[in-house]
Structure formats: structure tokens, C-alpha cells
Design a protein around this ligand. Sequence first.
Ligand code: DAH
Length: 353
Amino acid sequence: MIANLINQLDNISSEADKEISSVNSLAQLNELHTKFLGRKGLVAKLMGAMRDLQPEDKPKLGQKANEVKSLITGILEKKEAELQANEDSEKIKKDKIDVSLPGTSQKTGGIHPLTQTINEIIDIFVQLGFAVEEGREIEDEWHTFDALNIPKSHPARDVQDTFFVKSSQEIDSSDNQNVLRTHTSPVQIRVMQNSTPPLKFIAPGRVYRNETIDASHYSMFHQVEGLYVNENVTFAELKGTLLSWAHAYYGPDVDLRFRPSYFPFTEPSAEVDVTCTMCAGKGCSVCKQTGWVEILGAGMVHPNVFKSVGYDPEKVSGFAFGMGPERIAMLKHRINDIRLFYENDTRFLKQFV
Ligand code: DAH
């Protein structure tokens, strides 16, 4: 009986060897593992005969079974390694990267054309000795209007023009309401309140107006304010400063033209034009055949403005100006619609990268 069992085990072993050598997938190999060595596999089944053996034969069968098991295990392992290696190299072949294919390139970011313009404006004023100040976008009426000599009755203070933080029903006209600043001029007041002359700074930033939006009007835009206060500041210094700035920004061939104007916070006041750079002043559609384009407002600080911050207008004088970077950038790049700055259309923006 024992000889027969041992013989059967040898048969199982050679059968396993044959079958294992002919499989070609790990899944099949797994099946063979179950078939020969599983809990209900061929070897295990044969071991069932153990209990009918003579006691002295039992270890013989056990020993033989262990030999066969480790033999089959060895064959299985070898085959598994072989199949695994094949599978890996198949995968590598399939996943091969074609380095000659064109890649997907990353889009490069860029500085917004308006930010570029504001930075260029700032850089030149910094070289002319101006500090850079910042105010607040939510500002009270006193700093935005009263302190700048803009009377309560002025139309710019109406809800038609100014965004009030509270709705008109909530507003008590005697209060000092918060508004979205309509210009950067309140930064003049804030800085003067917090320092003593001499002072010389610019203040770039956003401003808000209750405008009907069209190609040349937007409800939010930018200004760069400028203020110089000292003893005996003259209009000639204002002209010299702005001309130096214009030569640095536009080139040495441009000229400035000062036209008398009115702002409540300056006296005298001027609107300032620069030579049209499109036609070098000859006249074209951009400058409406005049040869000039308006770029800023300016003037000598009104005595009432000094009084509102506690400065003595008999002792100090100053000049102020305010320019619009949107307009400057539109003229420079021939952009015909202010809305383009705020639509984030990359077809527009990438022209300025
Ligand atoms: N605040 C004026 C505006 O919003 C611009 C301006 C004009 C500012 C003349 C000034 C100035 O400082 O002197 O239209």
C-alpha cells in the first residue's frame, strides 16, 4: 500500500511538472497551485490515506509528501518568476514613451497691461523722489469730499455718482457716510493728517464711480494721485515735475500743454495734455486731429485743503495731480474699450506678456 501511494505521489509530481511548464499566465498558474497544493488539492487528498497505513509507514508517506510539496512549490515559484518577468517586459513595451512626440506646453502668465502701466508710472515718480502711499478704498465723505473743499451740494456727492456703503434709505444726510472712494485725492488728506511738511508722494489705487458702463466708462478704475507740499512750492515746479515724468514715460520729444480748468481742491487748476504719440502731434483719429491727448488733472493745493488738515496756508504751499492709468494705457496700446481690462479674456491679455 505504501509503495503504491509513493508511486502516486511521484506521478502527481511529474504531472505537476508537465502542466506547470505549459501554462502561460499567472492566473492559470494560480489554478495549478490550488489543484496540486491546495487544501483540497491532489497531494492533500492522497494524505487522507495516512490513517489507513501501518504506523511505521506513516512517516515514510509524510516525508515523501513533503518532498513532493517542496518540489512542486519550487517549480511553481520558478514559473511564477518567469511569467512575472514576461508580464513586466510586456508592460514596459506597451507603456513605452515616445519622446519625439510634441509635448503640451505650459501657458506662461504675464503681468496685466494695466499693472504694467501703473508700475511704469510709479517707477518714474520714485526716481523723481516721490514716496508711494496707500489710502483706503472704503473712505468717509469727509476725507473724500469735505476736506478736499468739495461742498455738500456738489453733484459728485450724489448717489447718482457715488457708491455709498449704506443704502439711501439708511442714510442720514448729517452723518459722515462711508463711500467707495471716487478718486485717490483723499489719500492727500490722510497723509497730511499723519505727517508734517515737507512731503512728496504718489498714491496709486482703485476708485469707484456709479457710471453707466460703456467703452470709455467703467464703475471701477484706477488713479495715480500726486502731492508735493513744502515752503514756497510753485506752479513752475509742478510743470517741471510733470514734464520730467512725461519725457521719461513717452520719450524726450513730447510736450505738455496746460489748460486752465477747475477742481475744488486746487487753485489754480489745470487739465494737462501730452503730445499725441500716435501722430507725433500732427493730428490723427486718436487725438481727434488736435495733436494733444488729455492725461491728467493738476493744480496748486487750495488753502482750504491745508486748513482742513491743520496746515497754515500762509506757511506752506503745494501742488497736486491725478492721472488715469487706464487712459494712459489705452492711448499707448491703442485699446479702444476700457472693459477689455476687466474681462480677463486671455486673447486680449496675452498680447501684453
Ligand atoms: N481727483 C480728480 C478726479 O478724480 C483728479 C485730480 C485733479 C487730482 C487735480 C488732483 C488734482 O490731485 O490736482 O478727477
